[in-house]
Design a protein around this ligand. Structure first.
Ligand SMILES: [Zn+2]
Length: 1019
């Protein structure tokens, strides 16, 4: 066989392994070192797209294999699903190659560290931050340098954003330079002239004009989307009208045709506004291809919001009113800095610009649940003092609600102006309009964000409840900034920010260090609506208000719980101001949250976005006295409510390292009957030596293990396909229908994809095909085959792949890396030896059928046994063996950079090639490989070489791992190597679940003839 018996050295001479020594010798290289191979980074690897690469596979034997795999793995996958679900929320995301290289490019061009977090559902950046991501553009006549800078950044980062052409796909909506000297440029996404909604990006420039951050909620270019609607606008309107109660005669304007991204994949849709009644102001999104309703929500904020009784309170207030003529005063405040006197003709709201106007509904319509506005009247006074009465009424009581509304709207305006420098709700001096005494005994207040109208019922003193008024008006601030969609998490954020600033306005007015944290404070309300300090002290019909994420209420009611789950974020804010040991007080906290709302959050933002936005805002506010400790407090406040950091994207660990000891699957030679059997070592149960696992003998190939360590897949001694539970609870399952068929097999970490190479039924040689079974597809589309061809490497090399052998799937099943026996015509040098056969390493892109040359063929050396790292997508270990001397070496490389390091030299002999068959440890801190060991029955034991954090540089000396063992592969029970959500994300990653042992070299094939029957292990 291929092994050479080691030169015997006394154990004690090998200091590094003395403690474990059991006869193992790790050989120094004593003979000719093998040629140093080249590692081609994936981005520049020679590539061949074969027109006949991918085809349906209709081979009956392959179908039989598929059936076996399908039956068997259904159980396995069900078990893995639970674990996968757990890991899903926190696991980092893996970028596909194009995005990864785009990110690398960004990193290289930036001055310092670049931090990127990704949006899992879309695979696009959620936030990018770092110094000078793009230098400020030079000022040019007629150009806006800020826009030029942002555009240049977006253009260069197109691949990272998954946009084909950012210049045409992103429309600049707003640009604003703030009080910190920073500039925010908000872009909306477009496709084929249509709005892609809700999809936005905000590019942030530091005071010097360089890009230092981007917040994103964009999607990949929906290139495949047909922008021609199959459903007419009128039909969409009819659908929307039918959906909303009371909308039969609603005035519905022209709906907007857009690309809707709120329900996963991009859909062409009609967005229809249905203002059925005052409290039923719905947006309905209708699929423009199918006519189905994609989404619908009510934007009348708090319309269905039940308050409770309040005391009457209304002292004498100083107010500014409009003096129309002598003896004629109106409840309209034109004293604010926003008032545009030149353009205005008060007091009518239509002709008052930058005022606060209060109108009276006079307790009409006669309903405690008004559905429309009645005729509205100004409130007037002949003296500018109470009583204030409806215009034209010569007698009657003072309309105190009007006075209170004016007072409180004025206070809210003042708060935003004085504390945050915001000029009215829209930031542009827009008039505030209040309607008081709406309906008869109407016990509610609401805000119409589409028209910026604040309406108050008169059953209670809503108009006098400052925190509630501030809450409602903050909806207007949100509407004109983040514009958080009033549904589910974004809607709960919308509510939370209103609660937060309701309390902040209240504290600002009272001057208290902290507010009372009760939304709906006494005396306006006898029972508060929400309690930010102790959310659970108040209950909803769903139970107590949640105070952390695990308590969130999942419901379709209340627009998906916008008033219910808001308490999670409310409570985080309370923690930040006052609750945490390192709480920072309201002044700092409100600055941070205001900045997050107005400069970082976008329409579809969720709780994680809120965390990231708050942290980023705090960091930007360092110039205003926010310290690093304050930033940490922001993180702590979200952590306190279980809203954690978003998924990171990047190495060092694209996949989370798994806790627990490394367990090992291996093959062990049994002298009786003289064959290999599958073995296992789990330290707790098997001891240092490990134990036999399989009942029958197996092919000398490395087994594959599922990502959760539960099940092994391997080829038995009669070329049959077998499964075996690694916990040893049952003996292996080998389907007799697929014996004498399979040459090698691989399995994706989630067990969904199988790759296999079959034996030709006539020649018994492996076929030049990689067949892949995708169990997520129904037969016959589940089974495809790829003809393996070699990309041209350079002019002097013509290579022909004879067959593939050992395969390894990327984490999402996009790529298969494999070694293949390659016939090469080396024409460049003088030996004249044409048509040599050597092994080399390739990768197959399952989506495109492209084949990449990763480690090109080299004259006279076999390069094989590729194995990817377990927590990284870019690190690979493999063997290089000199065909003549038999000497070899294990190498490890980086597929991004091409860096290559020799991990361990291995001494062989002519006819006895030294293959290490390497694989990575569970956390990639070591590479496992086989070494000659004269004391072992098989002459081989497993050794372990520690590697540095770069995963390729050896550190220290190798140590013994398992004696008398070969073809080792590490797994961790209960872990799962996670994959990105392949249905949503074309991410490509490389995982490291080790695959099968391989059928090795022509010279070792001679043994095959004797292995025609399976043999049981002798016990
Ligand atoms: Zn609200």
């Amino acid at each position: 066989m291929r092994r050479v018996v080691a030169r015997l050295v006394p154990c004690c001479e090998i200091v590094a392994i003395a403690a474990l020594c059991a006869g193992l010798v790790v050989q120094p290289a004593t003979a000719t070192p093998p040629a140093w191979p080249q590692l081609r980074p994936l981005a520049i690897a020679p590539q061949l797209v074969s027109p006949r690469g991918r085809a349906p596979s209709d081979d009956l034997r392959a179908r039989a294999v598929a059936e076996t795999l399908r039956t068997r793995s259904a159980v396995v996958r069900a078990e893995a699903a639970a674990i996968r679900e757990q890991a899903r929320a926190t696991r980092p995301l893996v970028l596909p190659p194009l995005q990864r290289h785009a990110l690398d490019e960004l990193r290289r061009s930036a001055r310092g560290a670049v931090e990127v977090t990704m949006r899992r559902e879309s695979g696009t950046p959620r936030m990018i931050r770092g110094d000078s991501l793009e230098r400020a553009a030079r000022a040019r006549a007629g150009r806006d340098p800020a826009a030029d800078t942002a555009r240049a950044f977006l253009r260069k980062r197109a691949a990272l954003l998954k946009l084909d052409d950012p210049d045409t796909e992103l429309a600049l909506q707003r640009s604003r330079r703030d009080e910190l000297g920073r500039t925010q440029l908000r872009f909306g996404q477009r496709h084929a002239g249509l709005r892609v909604w809700p999809a936005e990006l905000i590019v942030h420039l530091d005071p010097s004009g360089d890009v230092d951050a981007m917040d994103g909620a964009s999607v990949a270019t929906p290139a495949a989307l047909d922008p021609t609607p199959a459903v007419a606008a009128a039909s969409a309107v009819a659908t929307a009208r039918a959906l909303v109660a009371g909308a039969a005669d609603a005035k519905i304007g022209t709906p907007e045709l857009l690309v809707y991204t709120g329900s996963g994949a991009a859909r062409l849709a009609w967005k229809v506004f249905v203002p059925a009644t005052l409290q039923d102001q719905w947006w309905v999104v209708v699929d423009a291809q199918s006519g189905g309703v994609l989404n619908a929500w009510n934007t009348a904020q708090d319309a269905d919001f039940a308050g409770s009784g309040t005391d009457v309170f209304n002292g004498s207030q100083s107010i500014h009113v409009w003096n129309e003529t002598a003896g004629s005063f109106f409840l309209a405040d034109t004293s604010k800095p926003m008032f545009n006197a030149g353009a205005s003709n008060p007091p009518d709201p239509d002709t008052t610009f930058g005022g606060i106007v209060v109108l009276d509904a006079g307790n009409q319509p006669d309903s405690n649940n008004p559905q429309h506005f009645p005729d509205l009247f100004h409130l007037t006074s002949p003296t500018g003092a109470s009583p204030w009465r409806p215009q034209g009424a010569a007698s009657g009581p003072n309309v105190a609600d009007g006075v209170s509304a004016l007072v409180n709207l004025s206070r809210v305006y003042d708060y935003y102006l004085n504390v945050h420098g915001r000029n009215s709700l829209d930031g542009a001096g827009g008039t505030l309009l209040a309607v008081v005494r709406l309906g008869h005994d109407f016990d509610n207040a609401f805000f119409l964000s589409e028209n910026n109208i604040m309406a108050f019922g008169a059953a209670n003193r809503y108009a006098g409840a400052l925190d509630v008024v501030a809450h409602e008006l903050t909806h207007g601030v949100t509407h004109h900034s983040a514009n958080l969609i009033y549904q589910k998490e974004s809607g709960a954020l919308n509510e939370a920010f209103s609660d937060i600033f309701g309390e902040m306005v209240e504290a600002h007015v009272t001057g208290a260090a902290t507010p009372d944290w009760l939304v709906g404070s006494p005396p306006a309300f006898s029972a508060p609506l929400r309690n930010m300090q102790n959310p659970g002290s108040l209950s909803t019909s769903f139970g107590p208000f949640p105070s952390k994420y695990s308590q969130r209420i999942e419901t379709s009611q209340d627009n998906g719980g916008v008033h219910l789950n808001s308490s999670i974020i409310n409570h985080a804010y309370f923690q930040l101001v006052q609750g945490l040991p390192n709480a920072i007080g309201r002044l700092k906290a409100q600055a941070i949250f205001y900045r997050a709302l107005t400069t970082h959050l976008t329409a579809s933002s969720n709780f994680v976005d809120a965390r990231l936005a708050a942290v980023q805002s705090a960091q930007e506010l360092s110039v205003s006295g926010i310290s690093d400790a304050d930033v940490q407090a922001v993180r702590d406040s979200f952590t306190a409510v279980e809203v954690f950091d978003g998924p990171g994207t990047e190495p060092p660990d694209p996949f989370p390292g798994t806790q627990g000891a490394d367990s090992t699957l291996f093959l062990r030679f049994a002298p009786d009957p003289g064959a290999y059997f599958l073995g296992r070592r789990e330290i707790q149960s098997d001891g240092a030596g490990g134990a036999f696992l399989s009942t029958f003998d197996v092919k000398p190939k490395r087994p594959a293990v599922l990502g959760d360590g539960s099940e092994a897949v391997f080829v038995d001694s009669i070329d049959g396909l077998c499964f075996l539970r690694t916990d040893g609870t049952e003996s292996e399952f080998c389907d007799p229908a697929v014996s004498n068929v399979v040459s090698s097999v691989a399995i994706s970490p989630d067990g969904k994809l199988f790759g296999f190479v079959m034996l030709d039924s006539l020649t018994s040689q492996p076929e030049n095909l990689i067949r892949v079974i995708d169990e997520s597809k129904a037969p016959p589309n589940d089974l495809v085959q790829f003809t393996i061809e070699a990309p041209a490497i350079d002019a002097s090399t013509i290579a022909t792949i004879l067959f593939a052998d050992q395969m390894d799937f990327s984490a999402d099943g996009r790529l298969v890396i494999f070694d293949a026996l390659t016939r090469v015509g080396f024409t460049g040098s003088g030996s004249g030896a044409a048509d040599l056969e050597v092994w080399a390493i390739y990768a197959l892109d399952l989506a495109t059928g492209s084949i990449f040359t990763i480690v090109p063929p080299e004259r006279g050396v076999d390069i094989g046994y590729p194995s990817l790292a377990q927590t990284s997508d870019i690190h690979i270990a493999f063997d290089v063996v000199d065909q003549v001397s038999g000497d070899g070496a294990v190498f490890a490389g980086n597929l991004d950079t091409g860096a290559l390091v020799q991990i361990a030299p291995l001494a062989g002999a002519p006819g006895f090639p030294a293959f290490g068959i390497p694989s990575y440890s569970g956390s990639d801190d070591a590479v496992l490989f086989s070494v000659a060991d004269g004391a072992a029955n098989s002459g081989v034991s497993l050794a372990r070489q520690a590697v540095a954090a770069d995963r390729i540089t050896p550190t220290g000396a190798p140590t013994a791992w398992i004696d008398d063992a070969d073809f080792g592969v590490i797994y961790r029970r209960g872990s799962f190597v996670p994959e990105p959500d392949a249905t949503l994300l074309a991410a490509t990653a490389w995982s490291a679940v080790a695959i099968l042992a391989r059928w090795r070299r022509a010279r070792s094939r001679s043994a095959r003839g004797s292995e025609i029957r399976r043999r049981p292990r002798a016990f």
